[in-house]
Structures are given as C-alpha cells and as structure tokens.
Write a protein that binds this ligand. Structure first.
Ligand SMILES: NC(=O)c1ccc[n+]([C@@H]2O[C@H](COP(=O)([O-])OP(=O)(O)OC[C@H]3O[C@@H](n4cnc5c(N)ncnc54)[C@H](OP(=O)(O)O)[C@@H]3O)[C@@H](O)[C@H]2O)c1
Length: 288
C-alpha cells in the first residue's frame, strides 16, 4: 500500500514537472503574415482551416467550385480579422485549373508559404458497383489535381522555405469497406507525397511535406455519407482543422488526428491476424 502511494506521488511530481516545463512547439505568431493557398475551403474542414488561418493573421487565398459560398467564407474571415482574404472559384476536375489557381495566389500574395491541399470530390460511401468512370473522376480530383497544384507551387514554396500540407485519411493507410475508389486516391497521395518528401530532402530543397491522416470528422458530407453505416464517433471539424494547421506550421512529416490513429496504424501492421474481422465489425452491412 505504501509502495503504491509512493509510486503515485512520484508520478504526480513527474507530471507536474512536465506540465511546468513543457513548451508548446506551435507558435501561432509564425503564421502572422504567412501566405496560404487553401483548397476545398467552401465547406467542412477546409472552411474551418480558413477561419483559423485568418484568426492567426495569415494572408489567405481560398478555392473550391461554388463562388457564392466562397464569398460567404471570405466575408466571415474578414469579421475574424483577416489580414488578406481572396477567393478563386475553380473545378479541380479540369486539368488546367491547378496552374491557374496557383498563379492567381502567387500573384495576389506575392509568393506562397503554405499550400494546403484538402479538397475532395463527392464520395459514394457504398459497396463497389463497378463504375470505373467514377473512380477515374475521383482520381482526377482527389489525386491528379493535388500533384498538379503541388508541381505548380513547388518553386515558389522553395523560395520561401515553405510547406506542402496534404490532407489524407485513415482510409489512405488502412483500406476500409465502402471506400474503394476514395481509399485508392488517398493511398496514391501517401505514395506520391512521401516519395516526393524523400526527393526534396535528397536535393536539399527546404520544402516540408506534411501528410495528415484523419479519422472520421463531423463534416456535413461525412456524416451524411456514413449515417447508419459505421459504428464510430466523429471528431469535431474545427479541432481537426487546427491540428492540420499546427502540423503544417511545425513541419511534421505525418499528423494523425485524433492522435490515437497513429497507434491504430501501428497495431494494424503488428497484428495481421483477425484484424480484418475487427475492422469489418465497425461497418454496418446487411446483404440485400
Ligand atoms: N470528414 C471526414 O470524416 C474526413 C475523414 C478523413 C479525411 N478527410 C479528408 O479531409 C478533407 C476535407 O474533408 P471534408 O469532410 O471537409 O470535405 P467536404 O466537407 O465534403 O468539403 C469538400 C470541399 O472540396 C470542394 N470540392 C468538391 N469537389 C471539388 C472540385 N471538383 N473541385 C474543387 N473543389 C471541390 C468542396 O467545395 P465545392 O463543392 O464548392 O467545390 C468543399 O469545399 C478531405 O481531403 C478528406 O478526404 C475527411
């Protein structure tokens, strides 16, 4: 009993010391005046990122397809004290749009410090139905446009020792049911941008690449897609947005949100037996 008391006391002292000396490595000041191009910013996590960046004093260009909604987001950013907020409507299913959007942002902001790639095409959360054309469309928006945006921005980012932030998903690390094409597009991001990170380091080009692996987040589209189909709790979008921004600002290679996902991914690799049955038990499917 005495030994337990001593151990608890020691643990308490260590925790108190850690809390006292721990310094948050994220400095919000570092984002003041930062030049940010943010995609998929008319809704969900992207919209929340726009608000955070503006609160932190960044100069931001937001993009998505719907101009009227982007205008509303920009208006709200102004009420939050945005230093500079501009928007450009663009459809990333068109191969010429990425370059146009990057050129606009570079011209309006005078360069770029962050390129935050976040948009996704509308996703069908269902069993694979054989629609190859849908997969092609999804790959164009969720993957090829990311490659094109990053390529168009790389030289500018290099000049500012900037950062590429790529929003991915647990479905890009662990293949999950109902997400065949979406999962494929996120695995593609993981492969491309992790390889690119190696190449940039080998060429001593100081552009950081942060890959963000997110679990289920309570955006309207995700909740609608997954309703009645998964047994999982969604995490809040504003918190996910902040986690991504922090990860990018601290130039971490991989950001997991919620943080527990990092351990889920490790366990997935360490314990291959029975893992499929455990995973499937989180998904609701009754055969027709
Ligand atoms: N929510 C989740 O549970 C979850 C989980 C893991 C990972 N993620 C990742 O987090 C990111 C954001 O997800 P979210 O849930 O916030 O998405 P969302 O709410 O559905 O928003 C998607 C954004 O992409 C834009 N968009 C859609 N099609 C487009 C196109 N063809 N061209 C340009 N922009 C387009 C949409 O705006 P317009 O309609 O105006 O174009 C919107 O701004 C994604 O990369 C997603 O994979 C989300």
């Amino acid at each position: 009993m005495k030994a337990i008391g001593t151990a608890l006391c020691a643990a308490g002292i260590v925790a108190a010391l850690l809390a006292f000396f721990w310094k948050d490595p994220f400095d919000p000041e570092s984002l003041s005046g930062a030049r940010v191009l943010l995609t998929g910013a008319s809704a969900g996590i992207g919209e929340q990122m726009a608000y955070h960046y503006c609160r932190f004093g960044a100069e931001v260009v937001v993009t998505a397809r719907r101009e009227a909604v982007l205008r509303e987001v920009a208006e709200k950013c102004k009420t939050l004290g945005a230093k500079k907020i501009l928007y450009i409507p663009a459809d990333m299913s068109s191969p010429s749009e990425p370059e146009r959007v990057v050129q606009f942002a570079v011209q309006k902001l005078g360069g770029l410090d962050y390129l935050v790639l976040n948009h996704i095409a509308a996703n069908r959360f269902q069993m694979w139905d054989g629609d190859v054309e849908y997969t092609r469309r999804l790959m164009q928006v969720n993957f090829f446009s990311y490659v094109a945006l990053a390529t168009a921005a790389l030289q500018t980012l290099e000049r500012s020792n900037g950062s590429l932030v790529v929003v991915s998903s647990l479905a890009g690390r662990i293949p999950t049911p109902f997400t065949t094409s979406y999962s494929a597009s996120k695995f593609a991001l993981d492969g491309f941008f992790t390889s690119l990170r190696h190449e940039l380091a080998m060429q001593k080009r100081n552009v950081s690449v942060t890959l963000c692996i997110l679990g289920l987040i309570d955006t309207a589209s995700a909740l609608e897609n997954t309703r009645g189909k998964v047994y999982m709790t969604a995490s809040p979008a504003p918190e996910a947005a902040l986690a991504i921004i922090r990860g990018g600002a601290m130039r971490v290679q991989e950001l997991f949100y919620p943080w527990l996902l990092q351990h889920v991914c490790q366990l997935w690799v360490l314990f291959p037996s029975n893992r499929d049955r455990v995973l499937q038990s989180y998904y609701n499917y009754s055969s027709p």
